[in-house]
Design a protein around this ligand. Structure first.
Ligand SMILES: CC(C)(COP(=O)(O)OP(=O)(O)OC[C@H]1O[C@@H](n2cnc3c(N)ncnc32)[C@H](O)[C@@H]1OP(=O)(O)O)[C@@H](O)C(=O)NCCC(=O)NCCS
Ligand SMILES: CC(=O)OP(=O)(O)O
Length: 327
């Protein structure tokens, strides 16, 4: 069965509540109406009630079955509770005045609905850049037990080809330890999407073909990742160039002893520059559908979107987010 059909079957009728802070956006409204009609999730739209209704009218959307919250007119007592909970969570880092300002921002407001359990997950980023979308989650929801950092993976799909690209969203300049943790997180993400992970730690060098501290970093990250997840030791290899990772004939000449080279399906980039540029090239020139970024290592599901996302992307990311909320 196709991946999204499987995910839909998992979440249908489970009534997972997903908050969409960008409720004024036409792509968000279109996806939310479809998700509610298909009984996949219970959407909550955030935003200015008047603007939400204008967009809905202009596009003939029937939002009558959706919950709409305008943070500017939210019940005072409930707002005070969110404020107190936020200050408590931030343990001396954020005072009540700052919390008041933060709660006027839809991404902070939505994140607090997830943190306090009113929503099971959040999908945002069709309008806001990634930093503004995910910062509230980093500050409030924080990492899941066993994770020391959050990273962002894309599922890249074309026909029956399916790959994981990480980190393409969050950690700007990574050291070997971070790259190793991202590799293990991404192998787990691959399994969720029915991919048997073969993880390539990417570089501009294959097995010492170039000498540079940047190459040493990826070789060290490979060793650390195997130490972190010994059960994956035979499924992670590096450092590998992208051609050696994916093309068998190149792997034979560049990395003949590798159990991953030529068959990799999970690609760990050595920096956010490489990862973010790489996924957009595969998407825009290679014709791959890019689903994500899926945040890895967060204690509760919050998903970012690219501002280039369309309604279908929002619909699919919301399905993934609801499926994460079931775990
Ligand atoms: C994610 C990002 C916004 C965080 O930057 P920032 O807000 O300046 O981060 P700070 O260092 O001030 O940290 C803010 C909080 O988040 C936490 N945090 C930051 N990065 C984290 C990570 N990768 N994992 C877990 N927590 C993280 C910090 O510990 C801090 O928590 P605290 O306030 O409780 O102490 C930043 O790394 C970024 O802009 N990344 C690139 C995003 C992007 O543009 N991607 C391309 C498009 S997808
Ligand atoms: C994931 C990503 O690159 O997001 P955006 O296109 O919004 O910057």
């Amino acid at each position: 069965m196709e991946l999204f059909e499987q995910l839909k079957n998992k979440i249908i009728g489970k009534n997972k509540t997903i908050v969409f802070p960008e409720g004024e956006d036409v792509r968000i409204q279109g996806a939310a109406v479809r998700l509610a009609t298909d009984k996949l999730v219970k959407p909550i739209l955030l935003g200015n009630a008047q603007k939400i209704s204008e967009v809905a009218q202009a596009n003939n959307f029937d939002l009558s079955s959706l919950e709409i919250i305008d943070p500017a007119t939210y019940d005072e007592k409930e707002l005070a509770k969110l404020n107190a909970s936020l200050v408590e969570r931030r343990k001396g880092k954020t005072d009540a005045d700052t919390a008041t300002k933060w709660l006027q921002n839809v991404n902070y407001f939505g994140t607090m609905l997830v943190y306090t359990g009113k929503a099971d997950g959040m999908v945002s980023g069709a309008v806001h850049p990634t930093g503004d979308t995910v910062r509230p989650a980093l500050q409030i929801i924080k990492t899941a037990p066993g994770s020391s950092r959050i990273s962002g993976a894309f599922i890249m799909q074309k026909g029956d080809q399916r790959y994981v690209f990480s980190d393409a969203a969050i950690n700007i300049d990574i050291d070997a330890e971070t790259m190793a943790e991202i590799a293990v997180q991404s192998a787990n993400t691959a399994k969720v999407f029915d991919i048997d992970p073969k993880v390539a730690m990417l570089s501009f060098s294959t097995k010492g073909s170039a000498k540079s501290p940047l190459v040493d970093k990826v070789a060290k990250a490979t060793k650390l990742a195997k130490d972190l997840a010994p059960e994956l030791a035979d499924s992670i290899d590096g450092e590998l160039q992208f051609d050696a990772a994916i093309v068998e004939s190149v792997a034979v000449s560049k990395a003949p002893d590798s159990k991953v080279a030529g068959q990799a399906n999970t690609f760990i980039f050595p920096s956010l520059e490489a990862g973010n540029i790489g996924y957009k090239i595969a998407q825009r020139l290679g014709g791959f559908e890019a689903i994500g970024p899926i945040l890895q290592g967060l204690a509760k599901p919050v998903s970012d979107l690219s501002r280039g996302a369309n309604e279908e992307d929002v619909y699919k990311v919301a399905i993934i987010t609801a499926a994460q909320a079931l775990q």
